[in-house]
Each structure stands twice: as C-alpha cells, then as structure tokens.
Ligand binder design. Structure first.
Ligand code: DGT
Ligand code: CA
Ligand code: CA
Length: 572
C-alpha cells in the first residue's frame, strides 16, 4: 500500500524536527515543513500523481530534490535520510517534543545546554531548578512541563521486570554478605516474574539482633529512607524504584515468603482454604489455635492447607489453587527444555554479529538449531535484506552448516507484513526458507477491523509458520495494536501457525494472559529471543518466565522439540 499524503507530511515534519534539534540550516528546516504542508493540503494523492507519471513540480516550493524524496516515500514508505538522522539523535529526544510547551527549539536547548536526553533527565532538571537558568524557560513554561510529566508520573509507575531484577541484584548481594544474615530472597511480583514490577520486595532471615535493616538502608543505591524499623524498611533507590524489606525469624520464613510473594488475591484464597480447615494463616505461620503447625518452608505451608507446592509464576488466583487441589498443576516449561531459538538477527540487517558468531553462541547454549531471521526489505530503518542479499545469506548458511555436527542454522527471515497483509517477499523466496517468521512493524495504529484483517491475511499465506511479537506492544512505550487477538488465535490454531512469545525485555509479547488464551484456543507457541547480538540469545529466560506464567508446559512450546520434529510440527 503506497504512503498517503498524511504519511508523507508526517515524515517530512519529523525530519524537520530532527534537523532543527541538530541545528541545521533554518532554510532547510523550513523547506521540509513547507513541503509537509503542501503535500498534506494537496487534493490528490502523491501516489496517484506519480502513478500517472506526473512530475509534482507544480507544487509550490517543491523542487527536484523534494519531489524525488516524495517518490521514495511513496515507493518504500520510508525516508532513508530520516532513518539515518534518527540513529544520530537519541530517540527519547524526539519523544520529548511531544510534551506540551516543548517544540524542537526548546528540546534543542535542553539537550545542548543541560544535556537533557529524556524525561527522567528533565524531571531532575525541574526538581533541581536547573531549568530556570535557561533562556526561554520562564516559570509558566516550567509549570506546564512539570504538570505534563507530573501527570505521567502520577499514573502508577511500573518497571520492566529486567530493570527491577537489575536494581535488586546489588541489594541482595549486600544483604547476603552481612554477618548474621541467613537467607535473602526476593518476593512480590519480581518473584512471580510478572512482566512489570511496581516495587521490589525482599525477605531476609537472620540471627536475632542482626542489624540487617540498618545496613540495608545505608546501601549506596538508596536515595531516601521511607520507613525503618527493626523488622522492616522501605527505601527509594536513586533510580526511583521503591524497595520493601522484611526481616522474619527462620521459623516463619516459608509463611512470610508465601505471604510476601503474593499475589494478594492468591494469598487471600489460600487463607480461605486454611479457615475452612479451622486453621489460621498469616505471614508468621499456619496456626491451629495458638499452636504453629507450619511456617518454616513454603512446602510446609501449602501442605498444611492440603495443597502441593504452587510455583510462584502461577500465584495469581487464576485457577492455580483449584488445579493444585485437584492434582492438576501443569509441569511448567523450563529454560533447559529449549533446544533452539527461532528469531535472531545478524549484522546483515540490524543485528551486531556475524552468522558465525551467532552460531557459536547458540551452540555454546547447547542448542540444536538457530533460525536466522534478518529483516526483509521493507524495514529500511533496519537495513532489511532484498532477495539477492537473502540468497547470499542462505548460501553462507549452507556453507557453515556443512561444518556443524548436531547443530543447524535455519534459513529464515522476519518477513514484514505489509499494510495490506501481503508479505514483503515473494512466495518463491519463502519456499527456500526452513522456517518463515512474519511480523508487523509499522502502521501499528490501524483500527481493530483493519489490523485484524491485515494479520489474518498474512496468516492466509500458507508459507507463514510463525507470527512474531503478535501484539507489537512495547512495555511502557507502546500499547498493543488494536487487532482482535481472539480472532488471530482462532485463525492461527486453524491454520497451524505458531505464535511467538518474544523474549526481548521490552516486548514480552505475547504476554502471559495472551499466551494462555492462545493455547486455550489451540495454538502452538514458540519462545524466541529476537536477539540482535550473540549475547542477546541469553534473553530466552525472560520468554520462559512469561510462558510459565501462561501455564505452558514443554509440550506447548515447539522449540523444545529436536530439529526434525520441530520442522515437522511447523509444517502447515
Ligand atoms: P507490585 O509491587 O505492584 O508489582 O506487586 P506485588 O504483588 O509485589 O505487591 P506488593 O509489593 O504491594 O506486595 C507484595 C506482596 O505482599 C503481595 O503480593 C501480597 C502481600 N501483601 C501486601 N499487602 C497486602 C495486603 O494488604 N493483604 C495481603 N493479604 N497481602 C498483602
Ligand atoms: Ca512488589
Ligand atoms: Ca511492596
């Protein structure tokens, strides 16, 4: 589908914004803004005019150069110069321009004068008063900006799981090194491996009198102490995250861990079971009257209420207690069940490493296969490959595979789903691949109707075997597309297309709820890293976390299969 006039205008305006931040010649900036307006106001579509062989030189202010750029956008949907500029201007800077009161001029001076690159920097500068020192940032402007980011900050902020994990690691190490401390464990949503985490919860057991909370609040990452007592402390870290620490005696460790792991809904439901048995359950133990009958381990606590151990990832009161009571808890997939990765990029598109380096890393992980899925040609910003480059890569894969034993690189591509649902590569080329992965990357704002139809059309192509990052959400950055996922699950199940759980920490797409619904609809799933480097292959565990939260077992995840069976299972 050719780019519309509005698409062209948007790209030109964006280009002008970035030029302006870069201090480009003001005449150039103005020329692009003018072109954006002229194109947007034009009654006929540029695509139609070009198709009719018209030269566009009747448009005011549009010379040869801009006309050629319009042609490029109409043909490819992108502007290479814009993509190039975007790699030089930090992305968050572009986003700052969306704040009320902040145009390119002001963003430029924030960046140049104060080194402000993102909202967090801006928040700090507002807080410290540094903003007031800048010309053009009077109290009114500052107040508007503060209100705008204050509004965002006041929505309950949640962090990506990896960020919470990273922030927790030095604190856990610090606590473990304290003399007198016996055990240190994470609890809360971090232990349940939820895709986002509101705050970090840590549970400590220690010998009586160990000053664990005092030592904890003095850690270098702590910015503010919110509360401190002998058995608990709450702090805010320099990065803004909150951490709650609890200290309990060893005899209560299991009960406390269960309580603080939550979720709240799960704990409440387990407590109800206890009450039905004439027991009392709290964070110190399970009691019959005043006698503690369990509490040292979680297994003990569960057993006291008649249940087997329930893995933390399932503790959301979404049926796990009933399943446990009936002896029907699933055996959840584990990281070591994975035998390969089906989504990875090399330096041929937007990855960092060579085929050889990717293969070496995959073999070091013990994998039997790795699908190389560089972008197809449509994704210019990611240097998508055309047919010739792709075939050269396939030849190179053949050459490398000849030298491997017990391991194979799979020929593939992350084939772009075009705006109308067709694929970005001809069927003849898809037929040369071992596995075909399709993905949506642009026009993410289509209506539910159109987005659903687009994806269903892509699934109609009998060569498509895996739909990558099906909802296209980015955690804290981009909502899911409007596509009706239930329709997509039904179609994928019927056509035998596997759905991906993308393990990139900012994607985790499908998420737990979606993946569970997809399996219930009869879909097969794969867990893939979408790695853009050899080191990126290690992200698999994040996908496994979400798969476990989706109740998936080994048999539900196709890339737990040996190579031949995998290829068989992917066949439509
Ligand atoms: P988050 O931090 O929003 O990602 O989610 P959680 O689950 O970590 O929630 P958080 O940090 O408020 O509390 C940690 C656990 O402590 C929670 O999962 C269950 C337990 N908990 C906290 N407050 C209550 C409460 O008022 N009642 C009960 N039953 N449990 C609570
Ligand atoms: Ca928490
Ligand atoms: Ca908490």
């Amino acid at each position: 589908m050719a780019a519309s006039n509005a698409d062209i205008a948007e790209l030109f305006n964006r280009y002008a914004d970035l030029l302006e931040i870069q201090d480009a010649n003001p005449f150039r900036v103005r020329a692009y803004r003018n072109a954006a307006r002229v194109v947007a106001d034009s009654a006929r579509s540029m695509a139609d005019r070009l198709a009719a062989g018209e030269a566009l030189d009747d448009l005011p202010g549009i010379g040869k150069d801009l006309a050629a750029k319009i042609g490029t956008i109409v043909r490819t949907g992108t502007l290479p110069q814009l993509a190039e500029l975007e790699t030089r201007v930090p992305r968050a800077l572009g986003e700052l321009m969306n704040l009320p009161g902040l145009g390119p001029k002001r963003v430029k001076s924030l960046y140049r004068e104060l080194g402000i690159r993102n909202q967090e920097d801006l928040r700090r500068a507002l807080h410290s008063g540094a903003l007031r020192s800048l010309p053009g940032f009077g109290p009114k402007t500052a107040a508007r900006i503060a209100a705008a980011i204050g509004q965002r900050a006041s929505a309950p902020q949640r962090y990506r799981l990896v960020d919470a994990e990273q922030a927790a690691a030095p604190l856990l190490a610090h606590l473990r090194a304290l003399p007198g401390v016996a055990t240190v464990e994470v609890a809360g949503s971090l232990r349940r491996r939820r895709d986002t985490v509101g705050d970090i919860d840590i549970l400590v057991t220690a010998h009586r009198g160990t000053p664990a909370t005092q030592a904890f609040v003095r850690h270098g990452d702590v910015a503010r102490v919110l509360a401190e007592g002998a058995t608990r402390a709450s702090v805010q870290l320099r990065n803004g995250m909150q951490v709650d620490l609890r200290l309990v005696p060893a005899a209560s460790r299991g009960a406390a861990l269960h309580y603080f792991t939550g979720s709240k809904a799960h704990v409440v439901a387990v407590r109800k079971l206890a009450v039905e048995r004439g027991l009392k359950l709290n964070e110190y133990g399970v009691y019959r009257g005043s006698k503690r009958i369990a509490g040292r381990s979680e297994e003990e606590v569960f057993a006291a209420v008649g249940l087997p151990f329930i893995p933390p990832e399932l503790r959301e009161n979404r049926g796990e207690i009933e399943a446990a009571a009936a002896g029907r808890l699933p055996a959840l997939v584990e990281l070591h069940d994975l035998r390969g990765d089906l989504h990875a990029h090399t330096a041929a598109s937007d990855g960092r490493d060579t085929l050889q380096a990717m293969a070496t890393a995959a073999r070091a992980l013990g994998y039997a296969y790795l699908a190389i899925t560089d972008h197809s040609r449509r994704v210019r910003v990611a240097h998508g490959l055309d047919v010739r480059a792709l075939r050269a890569q396939f030849a190179e894969i053949d050459r490398l595979n000849a030298g491997f034993r017990g391991f194979r690189l799979l020929k593939s591509a992350e084939v772009d789903v075009l705006g109308d649902g067709r694929l970005d590569l001809p069927d003849a080329v898809l037929a040369e691949m071992d596995v075909v992965v399709a993905a949506v990357h642009y026009q993410l704002g289509l209506s539910a109707e159109k987005q659903t139809a687009r994806i269903l059309k892509a699934l109609d192509n009998k060569r498509v075997q895996i739909l990558a990052h099906p909802t296209t959400r980015l955690i804290n950055q981009r909502a899911e597309s409007a596509a009706r996922m239930a329709d997509i699950y039904a179609a994928a199940a019927e056509r035998g297309v596997a759905l991906e759980i993308n393990a990139q920490p900012d994607r985790l797409d499908l998420d737990d709820v979606h993946a569970r619904a997809a399996r219930a609809a009869g879909c097969k799933l794969v867990i893939s890293t979408d790695a853009h480097s050899a080191a990126g292959l290690a992200a698999m565990r994040h996908g496994v976390d979400q798969a476990r939260r989706a109740w998936l077992g080994k048999a539900d995840v196709l890339n737990t299969l040996p190579l031949e069976q995998l290829l068989g299972a992917l066949r439509r």
